[in-house]
Structures are given as structure tokens and as C-alpha cells.
Ligand binder design. Structure first.
Ligand code: ZN
Length: 280
């Protein structure tokens, strides 16, 4: 259900479809999950590693789009954000939904690329002043100890001891809850500690899979194709196949930071690679 298209859409003359500033509501048991569209625009085929002309011609629409999303989950007395986009439209979207940044209890981070942690902090201040920030220990350590990245360090610093780390688990294991209703699955390859979050309410589940995929028209049928942003392309492809298989077998709907609006839907195995049906 598309619930609103804010001033960005109006300013751009967009009457329908998706645009930055668009919010989509998905109901998951007793929870509300909102896709918060941060940016949308033309995609670049150069990011597809090892894809030849024939493959691009076969799968890639001429006008293919690229999108950045974050997700907000509300319910059970909690407000949880999964990733923070670039730190742009996300704040307008939250405002439109009547959610003050101070009301966000937890921010779950899939990985520390700039289009996911951009909204955490600005000028040394935490932009979610009351939130605990959760990310995998491997991810935090890589960007703040092994290969020190100033933006990553600055994003976490204002949260001090409100940063909580964890070790993501394998699909199918008895999973440990980070906050009620949220567990963490290992999805390494895109980055060393890349994490997918499984959200549950009653028997309803949704896997918010971060950057498992960047170009859906190519990577659903050909999950073996990685992108240049995947730090370990072979591991990323292996993880992609494993998680696609897991969600298809268990019929778990998924949400993705670079899937196209509404960026939530279901995966099925069969035919060539995997098929995708977006929510309406
Ligand atoms: Zn990303």
C-alpha cells in the first residue's frame, strides 16, 4: 500500500510510482514496516562485475533504476530503524510519519557503507539521540580498526556506549533476539560483517537483507553475478544463493535496501535462478 508521496514527488512532477520521499507501508503481523525511499535514479550497468554484453542485453532494461532505501519498523511499543540511508530524505519521511528521531529506540545497521550509515550522526552529534545502535562486531571492527574509515568512525563515535555489537547467526539456527522480534543472519561478502535482519511478529516473518542484491533484474535470474561494491565478490555470490534459497524454501518475504519500490516482496525458486514478486 502506497500511503503518501511527499513534496519531493510534487516538486519533481511525479504523480505516481516511486521517488525519493516516498513511503510504503507493509503489515507484518502486529508490526508496521515502512520502506523509506532515500533516493532513486538511473542505474549504472558498470557496477555489474563480469557481466558481458549478451547478459546485459538479455536481463537489463534500458531504463533500469537504482534505489536506496531504509526501513522503519513500529509496533510492540518499539520504534526500530534498519539503516539510515544517506541522511537525507529519511528525516523528511520520518517527520511525515510523525516519528521524531528522538523516538527511535534502536537503529540496526546492515553494514557501514555511506548509503546506510549516512543518517547516524552529523557534526559530532547523534541524530537519533535516544537510540541504541546495533551492528555486527566484524563490521564495526573492520571499518574502525582494520581499515579505518573516518566516516564510519564519526558515525559511531557520538553513540559511545550505546553501540551494541553481536555475532550474526546462520539461517535455520535457534536465533538470538537483539531486540524483541529482531534476529541477525550472517550475510558476509558484500562487506566483512554484512548482516541481514529477520523480523518476526507471531508467525509472520520478513527478512530485511541489506545489500544482498543491487540490480534485481540481473541478480534474481543470475545470483552468481556480483557487483563492484561487493568487497568479496565470490563470497557475496555464495551468500546471495544461500539466502535466496532459504527465503524461497521457507516462504519468507524480503525487503532490500537496493530493491526497487516498494522494495518488499517474495522470492520463488524455479525456472532460471529465482523469480521475484513485488508487493502491490
Ligand atoms: Zn548500499
Amino acid at each position: 500500500m502506497k500511503i503518501l508521496c511527499m513534496f519531493v514527488c510534487i516538486a519533481a512532477g511525479v504523480e505516481a510510482g516511486f521517488a525519493a520521499g516516498t513511503v510504503y507501508l507493509y503489515r507484518l503481523g502486529a508490526l508496521e514496516v515502512y520502506t523509506l525511499v532515500e533516493t532513486t535514479g538511473p542505474g549504472r550497468s558498470q557496477i555489474l562485475a563480469g557481466a558481458d554484453e549478451a547478459l546485459l542485453k538479455r536481463y537489463l532494461p534500458a531504463d533500469f533504476k537504482s534505489e536506496i532505501n531504509a526501513f522503519l519498523v513500529r509496533g510492540g511499543g518499539r520504534t526500530v530503524l534498519v539503516d539510515t540511508g544517506l541522511g537525507g530524505a529519511i528525516f523528511d519521511n520520518l517527520k511525515e510519519l510523525g516519528v521524531s528521531p528522538a523516538a527511535v529506540d534502536a537503529v540496526l545497521i546492515t553494514h557501514m557503507h555511506g548509503d546506510h550509515i549516512g543518517g547516524l550522526a552529523k557534526d559530532g552529534k547523534a541524530l537519533f539521540p535516544n537510540a541504541l545502535v546495533y551492528l555486527s562486531a566484524a563490521e564495526r571492527d573492520y571499518w574502525t580498526k582494520t581499515s579505518v574509515n573516518a566516516a564510519a568512525v564519526a558515525a559511531l563515535a557520538p553513540y559511545g556506549n550505546r553501540v551494541r555489537t553481536f555475532v550474526p547467526e546462520e539461517p535455520g539456527a535457534a536465533l538470538t533476539e537483539l531486540v524483541p522480534g529482531f534476529t541477525a543472519l550472517a550475510a558476509y561478502g558484500h562487506t566483512p560483517g554484512h548482516t541481514a535482519f529477520l523480523v518476526s511478529s507471531g508467525s509472520a516473518r520478513l527478512l530485511i537483507w541489506g545489500d544482498l542484491m543491487h540490480v534485481q533484474s540481473v541478480q534474481f535470474p543470475r545470483p552468481d553475478i556480483s557487483v563492484t561494491y561487493d568487497m568479496d565478490p565470490a563470497a557475496a555470490a555464495e551468500t546471495r544463493k544461500k539466502i535466496l534459497d532459504y527465503v524461497a524454501k521457507n516462504r519468507i518475504p524480503v525487503a532490500g535496501m537496493h530493491l526497487l519500490y516498494p522494495a518488499i516482496g517474495t522470492v520463488r525458486a524455479g525456472g532460471e535462478g529465482y523469480g521475484w514478486t513485488a508487493e502491490k
